[in-house]
Design a protein around this ligand. Structure first.
Ligand code: ATP
Ligand code: MG
Length: 783
């Protein structure tokens, strides 16, 4: 066969080319952010196909997110000029494992139509188990057990392999409960996320013949973001790569940010030991970011001790410095960023107009998103939230999905529990208990149990009638799903104890029509039509949107699978939108303009990760800062606020230590808008000494957080605070209130001081009435 032209190779530098052309044997590409690892990996897939080394379905390629998988699929398709259908085994670990597990479910005592539970179901199930074991679930919460079990699964520890120390966790019952949980999942024909990998590893370990088939089948294995694989994923890869040993992993130790979820950066360091003779490629040229952005990122990550150490360079010369700005509070930060985005979009920032699609706000914690969402809704700025509270997590969506789940998989008791009395059918706790008992006594699913209970007349009144309607409905919908039953041969002939052989006619309804039938006949739509709360109409809208989403899938099962696997709720519509997402979710992505808000101690680095993992936790946070900065191509804006509302409480904040690690020569400090009473346009950079200026800002905002920042700045030899220039509100020192003072409070507004008690003030607020407030949250006012 004549070689096809290979223009994709022309786009690579010599080091990338090496990684692509070294097709046989293990290859490790270890390189910093934006050096084209993913690009080279993608080109490698294309090259393997082009050179006839493998057919599309003989390549196994693992990405970290579904979004990354989609992008890689598109790029491969594009590079091949649309000449192949696609690479079917390109996806996340989870997506690939679902496919494998459906094929071999029976080997781990599941049926191939098993359900994938989400966290909510998982917690509910664990709670039931904890209570059934007479353990107080207030002292021993289900969430704790869930996270222990996830941790074990990430380490590929099945209950029988659990070390004694782990089994003794959770009030000495951890191991036992884990075992019960796994049994219960099997009864429910369900798996949780961790099981997807664990079951497949188990199958490979217990059935060498099956493993061998796949080892032979997958001629080439490719893994992106290798630094974030956990032990189970690592075992899975090693098992599969054991045959041809054609495995190519790419990663960056500086971007390992999933340690808290069991990722082991050691995997990357072990690669050469595990795969002797591995060909190691290093890339150093960064093609993504301007020199200032790169320098800022490199300087921050330098603070970590535990790293391989890589130098990055770029041949770009121009570009703006990283911008740093402090704000009074989180709302102000959101307002300013909103204005910036509008200015950039409109081209009034001195740059060419930029599409909203090219801008992203990357937050450390999802609670930070709300301020942006609220602000953007107010000013009508289109945005998308990726990985936040998702569409599919809404109540009405989860209910509907539960209906779909029971229809697709009648053994799914958790889904049945969710819908049995939703809408209200007069089937309260007592009735549900009866169904449970009957099911357990007969060793069948809850639906079966319900049917038996009805037959035996174990339930009376309205409940019985309603339950009968539901059970009949479920059977009818299922028949519509799988097609009408057609008995191929006489039942009597086949009645030898084996399952009767039946065939199914074509379903008379499409899955979309079926979804509508289910929603109508179950009374679920009516329930929300009758709902008089303000949310009612929105919920009906969401149901419509859900049915619309079904159009993209061949059947209900495919849809359910998709929903359990997706990590984002991107809508595909054409309108340009600003992206709001977490730093964790942004791995591997790039945007021309990136905003990094909330760089404050306790928020970023997160207090929790430092408390839980000490220096290791801090280093992981620093890697996250590195990931954040390196997402930016042209413009990176870091911000912090002096006060923040966290879970309903105002907290005064101190700028992040990572801000101190930014190299001053690559940073431009912007002046908060309040200082000059104008927006960004009025505020200029205030000279070279950034720390000095931060101190000036600190003086303006005289809260304790800002005061702490002053002393921090002092450590760097910064000069004493300048006079504040034109503060928005005149801040008065904490201790200087006297009874009768007029004050202003962020939440309660204006009021008069009635009494002073240590650092607390009793204030009679004009609107909010009498309140006790901490004096540092109040400012004096001359209104
Ligand atoms: P990360 O570590 O963040 O995942 P990465 O190493 O995977 O980064 P890519 O996303 O593959 O980097 O590439 C970063 C950017 O540089 C992309 O826009 C890519 O198209 C571009 N790029 C990569 N290699 C080259 C090259 N040889 N010539 C020009 N542009 C390149
Ligand atoms: Mg990448």
């Amino acid at each position: 066969m004549a070689a096809r032209p290979m223009p994709y190779l022309d786009e690579l530098n010599p080091a990338q080319l090496e990684a692509v052309e070294q097709m046989d044997g293990p290859v490790l590409m270890l390189a910093g952010a934006g050096t084209g690892k993913t690009k080279a990996l993608t080109a490698r897939i294309v090259h393997l196909l082009n050179k006839g080394r493998a057919r599309p379905n003989e390549i196994l390629a693992v990405t970290f997110t579904n979004k990354a998988a989609r992008e890689m699929k598109n790029r491969v398709g594009h590079m091949l000029g649309g000449s192949i259908e696609g690479v079917p085994w390109l996806g996340t670990f989870h997506a690939i494992c679902v496919k494998l597990l459906r094929r071999h479910a029976e080997l781990v005592d599941l049926k191939s139509n098993f359900t994938i539970l989400d966290t909510d179901d998982q917690i509910r199930l664990l709670k039931q188990l904890i209570r059934a074991n007479n353990i107080d679930d207030k002292r021993w919460p289900a969430r704790l057990l869930a996270s222990l079990i996830d941790g074990w699964k990430n380490k590929a520890l099945t209950p029988d392999k659990l070390p004694a120390a782990d089994a003794g966790a959770f009030n000495h019952r951890g191991g036992e409960l884990y075992d019960q949980y796994q049994r219960r999942l099997r009864e429910l024909n369900a798996v949780d996320f961790g099981d997807l990998l664990l079951h497949v590893v188990t199958i490979f370990q217990k059935h060498p013949d099956i493993l061998k088939q796949y080892q032979r089948w997958f001629k080439y294995i490719l893994v992106d973001e290798y630094q974030d694989t956990n032990v189970a994923q690592y075992m899975w890869l090693r098992l599969l790569a054991g045959g041809h040993k054609n495995i190519c992993c790419v990663g960056d130790d500086d971007q390992s940010i999933y340690g808290w979820r069991g990722a082991e950066v050691g995997n990357i360091l072990r690669f050469e030991k595990d795969f002797p003779g591995a060909y190691v490629v290093r890339l150093e040229q960064n093609y993504r970011s301007t020199p200032h952005i790169l320098a800022a990122a490199s300087n921050v990550i330098k603070g970590n001790s535990d790293r391989l150490g890589k130098e990055l360079w770029t041949d770009e010369t121009d570009g703006e410095k990283v911008r740093l700005i402090g704000h009074w509070d989180g709302e102000e930060e959101a307002r300013w960023i909103g204005e910036e985005i509008e200015a950039m979009q409109g081209g009034t920032r001195g740059m060419a107009p930029m599409s909203l699609d090219h801008m992203a706000i990357l937050v450390r914690a999802s609670h930070q998103m709300r301020a942006f969402e609220d602000r953007f809704l107010t000013i009508g700025l289109p945005y998308r939230v990726i990985g936040g509270p998702r569409f599919y997590e809404r109540l009405e969506i989860r209910d509907t999905m539960a209906y779909f789940r029971v229809v697709v998989s009648p053994d799914d008791d958790l889904a049945f529990e969710r819908i049995v009395n939703t809408p209200k059918r007069g089937l309260g706790n007592v009735a549900q208990q009866k169904i449970q008992t009957c099911a357990r006594a007969n060793g069948v699913s809850l639906i079966e149990g319900a049917r038996i209970l009805l037959e035996e007349k174990g339930l009376g009144g309205k409940g019985a009638k309603e339950l009968a309607l539901l059970v009949d409905g479920l059977a009818r919908w299922r028949e519509k799903l799988i097609g009408p039953r057609i008995v191929v041969e006489d039942d009597a002939v086949l009645d030898d104890g084996a399952a009767p052989i039946v065939s199914r006619g074509d379903p008379e309804l499409s899955h979309i029509e079926l979804a509508e039938v289910i929603l109508d006949e179950s009374g679920y739509t009516t329930m929300w039509q009758n709902d008089k709360t303000p949310e009612g109409p929105g919920r009906l809208e969401n149901l419509k949107e859900l049915v619309k989403a079904l159009e993209n899938f061949e059947n209900l099962q495919g849809f359910l699978e998709h929903v359990s696997l997706i990590m984002d709720n991107e809508s595909d519509d054409a309108e340009a939108k600003v992206t709001i997402m977490t730093l964790h979710g942004a791995k591997g992505l790039e945007f021309p303009a990136v905003f990094l808000p909330g760089w404050e101690e306790g928020l970023f680095p997160s207090q929790r990760s430092m408390d839980e993992s000490g220096l290791k936790g801090l280093e992981e946070e620093r890697r996250l800062a590195y990931v954040g900065i390196t997402r930016a191509e042209e413009l990176c804006t870091i911000s912090f606020a002096g006060n923040r509302l966290v879970y309903g409480q105002w907290q005064s904040q101190m700028p992040s230590r990572f801000i101190d690690e930014l190299p001053e020569e690559h940073v431009e400090v912007l002046t908060p808008p309040g200082l000059y009473g104008g927006g960004f346009g009025a505020a200029a950079s205030v000279g070279k000494s950034s720390l000095d200026d931060r101190v000036a800002s600190a003086n303006t905002y005289n809260s304790p957080g800002w005061k702490r920042m002053q002393s921090r700045a002092g450590q760097y030899g910064a000069s004493q605070p300048k006079e504040s220039r034109a503060p928005v509100i005149d801040m008065t020192a904490v201790s200087s209130f006297t009874v009768g003072d007029r004050v202003f409070h962020q939440k309660f507004g204006y009021g008069s001081v009635l009494e002073i008690e240590g650092d607390k003030l009793g204030v009679d607020f004009d609107k909010a009435g009498l309140k006790k407030v901490v004096s540092s949250f109040v400012t004096s006012s001359d209104d």
